[in-house]
Design a binder for this molecule. Structure first.
Ligand code: NAD
Length: 281
């Protein structure tokens, strides 16, 4: 059996069309959703990410502001920019692209963003809201994974979900979202003693590690759903995930490809969060 693909490009297109329609409706009521993106330094990967975010804003009819600052910017200057954007009524979402230069405390900067504008969902208020089931912004990558499960009408209730990775931006919030949908959740990480013993029990596996070929077919229960968050390069320099796609697709029932899977969903959910922020404001 070969798994069916969950196509992140097609699903993104659908969700972005819905976002664009809601943006238009909001504009007719006199509000244009606005996203401010701050990039500090000249990391080439970050520059590509922020460009794609700004482009996605234009495509969905949103207003965006891209601020690029040299790596020599001080933390105090950055905090002052965040404070100004917190007060700016034309801006509904603020995103500070990570990583920041080493002389800045990323936690301090994220905590300076008003929780009502924290469209990345990284503020402790957002994390607390997710943890307690209150309304708030969900981190875009795991949120996109949930939309992918929703798109195949997958009922998580009582299912065993194994999340590999425990970062604050993917693994931990992913586990909380799965729990909220009544899955039984196991979080695995770098100190997990026997990863295969865990993944073999899973109905759903989310791989969010950053190591290619981490998940191989012998680690997957037949019929499991496999979501691949990882972004790595193979020997030819081509983008690949954490999952050994060719072998795992022969065992799984559904699988996300890399590229064209979770990746496009991340920016799509950022657009959805920014729209939500504007609608709430
Ligand atoms: P991270 O480095 O913060 O976390 C990696 C996690 O993997 C850690 O919790 C660690 O404990 C765990 N880990 C490491 N080795 C392991 C092993 N051998 N077995 C089990 N667990 C192990 O990374 P992150 O920010 O969570 O990102 C994870 C991956 O997802 C990266 O490849 C990143 O590029 C990718 N990513 C993709 C998107 C997207 O939009 N598709 C967004 C964010 C991150």
């Amino acid at each position: 059996m070969s798994a069916q693909l969950i196509d992140g490009i097609a699903l993104s297109r659908q969700i972005r069309a819905d976002v664009a329609a809601r943006v238009q409706a909001l504009k007719e009521r006199g509000v244009t959703p606005g996203l401010a993106v701050i990039l500090v330094g000249d990391d080439p990967a970050s520059a590509v990410y922020v460009r794609n975010k700004v482009k996605a804003c234009a495509e969905t009819g949103m207003h965006s502001v891209l601020e690029t600052w040299p790596a020599s910017m001080s933390e105090a200057q950055l905090l002052a920019r965040v404070a100004a954007l917190n007060e700016d009524p034309s801006i509904h979402g603020i995103l500070v692209q990570l990583p920041l230069p080493a002389h800045m405390d990323a936690h301090k900067v994220i905590e300076a963003i008003s929780p009502g504008k924290d469209v990345d969902g990284f503020h402790v208020a957002s994390a607390g809201a997710l943890m307690t089931g209150l309304p708030g912004f969900w981190p875009c990558t795991p949120y996109g994974c949930m939309k992918m499960l929703e798109s195949i009408h997958y009922d998580l209730r009582g299912k065993h979900a194994v999340v590999i990775g425990r970062s604050n931006i993917v693994g931990k919030p992913m586990a909380m979202m799965l729990l909220q949908k009544s899955a039984t959740v196991t979080i695995c990480h770098s100190a997990t003693a026997n990863l295969k013993a865990m993944t073999l029990q899973a109905d759903v596996i989310v791989a969010a590690v950053g190591k290619r070929h981490l998940l191989t077919a012998d680690m997957v229960k037949p019929g499991a759903v496999v979501l691949d968050v990882g972004m790595n390069r193979d020997d030819q320099g081509k983008l690949c995930g954490d999952v050994d796609f060719a072998s795992v697709r022969e065992v799984a029932s559904w699988i996300t490809p890399v590229p064209g899977g979770v990746g496009p969903m991340t920016i799509t959910m950022l657009m959805a969060n920014t729209l939500d922020a504007a609608e709430r404001a």
